[in-house]
Design a protein around this ligand. Structure first.
Ligand code: ZN
Length: 322
């Protein structure tokens, strides 16, 4: 089992393997793309290929001592640098520590691999320190920087790296990972990490509340409007669910937009599509785009202490004006 076991992004994997076959594998790599599509897994696979004692240069066996140690996280030449507990950023001391090992030969393998994940959380000093390592890397040292958005990395850092852009997985690729619940397959939005961590029952329950909210708001006359405000209070009152609610609402609005634009194959909530069609027919695309814009405002203010009740009331008003 080697790179063939990696599901999705097959062209990217092929490009990476071609590089591994060449003599000069880039010393700095950036793996960029959404959460949960296999960037870290691919970084570990690359580390295995660079150190495997059995398989050829562009693959790994996944069962030799070297591969096993990398899988167990105990290989002395393969290190993941991440945000330390109770810290919010990767600090310069962590980067200095790995740079101090650069002049030494690998301890047990052929190559040293430093995986920095998430690389966008390196603070300015840490990024600048890393530059030194990227400028004059020893023959057998490789850096793999992982980030959702490559533009969050310093330009000077990313310009010294070869960038690989990971895409979300297709529905079939998510199924290929063994996800059988079609609701989760679609709600994962191409992230296998999300498909594995989502709680389908909780999600369905919140969706029901929010869909009810949108339905009430879309058809609000005076009497309905009171009902809508009650629903809004219900949503805003449950603090615990607020983050989930924002994510669910974003998906609902996304689906409504796809339906109103006549692209039903993109719809995630196919199990309640009839209700969505009815709702979409009552809301103009323009209004939906406004709602999506408003959602971003809400997301931006979640961290601040803005009154959630007011936000939902305003959302209700936008919806009912269409
Ligand atoms: Zn191996």
């Amino acid at each position: 089992m080697g790179f063939d076991a990696f599901i999705g992004n097959s062209k990217l994997i092929e490009r990476l393997r071609n590089k591994l076959r060449e003599d000069r594998f880039p010393h700095g790599l950036v793996f960029a793309g959404p959460e949960g599509v296999g960037k870290h897994t691919c970084a570990l696979m690359t580390a295995k290929a660079l150190n495997c004692t059995v398989a050829g240069p562009a693959d790994f066996c996944d069962s030799c001592v070297s591969c096993n140690k990398i899988n167990a996280g105990t290989h002395s030449d393969v290190m993941t640098i991440s945000v330390e507990e109770e810290a919010s950023q990767i600090k310069i001391a962590q980067i200095r520590q790995i740079l101090s090992t650069l002049s030494f030969q690998p301890l047990e393998g052929r190559n040293k691999i430093f995986i920095i994940d998430p690389a966008n959380l390196m603070n300015q000093e840490a990024s600048n320190a890393l530059l030194k390592g990227l400028e004059e890397p020893p023959e057998n040292s490789f850096f793999i920087l992982i980030a959702v958005n490559v533009h969050e990395l310093l330009l000077t850092v990313r310009s010294r790296c070869q960038v690989y852009h990971f895409s979300p997985l297709t529905l079939d690729e998510i199924r290929g990972h063994g996800i059988q619940d079609e609701f989760l397959v679609r709600w994962s939005q191409g992230s296998i990490g999300k498909a594995r961590s989502l709680d389908a029952e909780r999600l369905k329950a919140r969706r029901e509340v929010l869909l009810g909210f949108l339905e009430a708001a879309a058809g609000a006359n005076d009497a309905d409007f009171r009902e809508m405000l009650a629903a809004s209070a219900d949503i805003a009152g449950s603090k615990q669910d607020f983050g989930t609610d924002m994510a669910v609402l974003a998906v609902l609005i996304r689906d409504l937009l796809f339906l109103s634009e006549g692209i039903p194959e993109q719809v995630i909530n196919i199990d309640v599509e009839a209700r969505f069609r009815e709702l979409a027919a009552r809301l103009s695309s323009e209004r939906l785009i406004q709602m999506a814009g408003f959602l971003r405002v809400i997301e931006g203010s979640v961290k601040g202490n803005i009154n959630r009740q007011i936000l939902f009331d305003v959302m209700g008003l936008i919806t009912s004006e269409s």
